[in-house]
Write a protein that binds this ligand. Structure first.
Ligand SMILES: NC(=O)c1ccc[n+]([C@@H]2O[C@H](COP(=O)([O-])OP(=O)(O)OC[C@H]3O[C@@H](n4cnc5c(N)ncnc54)[C@H](O)[C@@H]3O)[C@@H](O)[C@H]2O)c1
Length: 339
């Protein structure tokens, strides 16, 4: 590609899509946000006001027909990802898609095959890999700093939302393991050196949101995954933390351990008084990972323009969904699931 900048069309202007729009418009030097699409009037109105010159579409196919777009960013509901990735590749665009690739393993495999045979490139984003602290930990592990890593503990836990608004997304999220633990699964595979997964066992409880029960979902889930060569991982996902968004990971090896983000501190202030010592906590994933979303977008843009490899493969994205789907099956059947 000879372009000095990558001309991007962004699909989805919801909770996360607006952050992407602002990042692509202002914080990714080699990207040019030239178009956006949303089926929602209010979101298109926001785009006209917030994004200046970007062309605003109400139909995804119409945006794909725009010859002035080199790559598409998808920040749309997960159920749309497979068809939207395939359509973008067929329209001659490179694709960045938010996690997870799909809620369905066969769809994942089909899209990965489609991408492998396309002249254009596709990457699914797992933002935590681009966080400075996770990068530091990965470099330490890869340099042999903890010997042979064999155990990961990783959790993604959200602040309690008294309104319960997230429950309306639950039927299309694929459940707590596909929505939340999929990040930890990807991290575990990455930090353990991409071992093959052998078996999972999961359980969970509804601690605060009974509306999840008829959907077969829980608000607190635990899972164990066994990998080849005695490597293993433990996952915890929750929607009901009283203190804030608490995402952290420990990796144990034969010669040491690394812990990433154990205290989910909002800043570097610690208050000491008669009640003890405390700090405030990030309220959501975005405050925790905002810089990593920019780094991830820069990585995609640079890799496409410079024709260098992506940090993440489509196979990584397929495997994250495959393991998360098996966890949901284990949760719902009460049995271990062989992979
Ligand atoms: N990496 C993370 O930590 C993280 C966090 C939140 C969400 N996500 C992922 O981002 C994606 C979007 O999540 P969200 O919370 O922003 O959802 P959302 O429901 O807030 O936004 C979805 C957007 O897609 C738009 N949309 C719906 N149908 C469309 C279509 N046919 N064409 C174009 N746009 C369409 C909607 O109008 C809306 O703007 C999901 O896949 C989710 O898993 C990732």
């Amino acid at each position: 590609m000879t372009n000095k900048t990558l001309r991007i069309g962004l699909a989805g202007l919801g909770r996360l899509g607006r952050r992407y729009a602002e990042n692509l418009a202002r914080a990714v030097p080699r990207a040019q946000l030239v178009a956006v699409v949303s089926p929602v009037d209010a979101e298109r109105e926001w785009a006209r006001e917030a994004l200046g010159d970007a062309r605003v579409y109400d139909d995804y196919a119409a945006m794909l027909a725009d010859d002035g777009i080199d790559a598409v960013f998808l920040v749309t509901p997960t159920s749309l990802h497979p068809a939207q990735i395939e359509a973008a590749l067929d329209a001659g665009k490179h694709v960045f898609c938010e996690k997870p690739l799909s809620l369905d393993v066969d769809d994942c495999r089909r899209v990965a095959k489609h991408a492998a045979s396309s002249r254009h490139r596709a990457m699914v984003g797992f933002v935590r890999r681009f966080d400075e602290s996770y990068q530091h930990a990965a470099q330490h592990i890869q340099a042999g700093g903890i010997g042979r890593p064999f155990l990961v503990y990783s959790q993604t836990t959200d602040l309690t939302d008294p309104s319960g608004a997230f429950v309306q997304f639950a039927p299309t999220s694929g459940g707590i393991f596909l929505d939340c633990s999929v990040h930890d699964i990807d991290l575990a595979r990455w930090l353990l050196g991409r071992p093959a997964a052998k078996r999972v066992y999961a359980t969970g409880t509804v601690a605060m949101y009974p509306a999840l029960k008829p959907m077969g979902d829980v608000d607190n889930g635990m899972a164990i995954c066994e990998f080849e060569d005695g490597r293993m991982a433990m996952f915890y996902a929750s929607r009901t933390q009283a203190h804030g968004h608490d995402t952290h990971t420990d990796v144990t090896g034969t010669a040491g351990k690394v812990s990433i983000g154990r205290n989910p501190r909002a800043d570097r202030v610690e208050i000491s008084d008669a009640a003890g010592v405390r700090n405030t906590v990030v309220p959501s994933f975005y405050e925790r990972f905002a810089p990593a979303f920019v780094t991830q977008a820069r990585h995609f843009v640079d890799a496409v323009l410079d024709d260098t490899p992506f940090e993440l493969t489509m196979e990584d994205a397929v495997e994250a969904t495959r393991i998360a789907v098996a966890m949901r099956e284990s949760l719902q059947t009460g049995r271990a699931v062989e992979l």
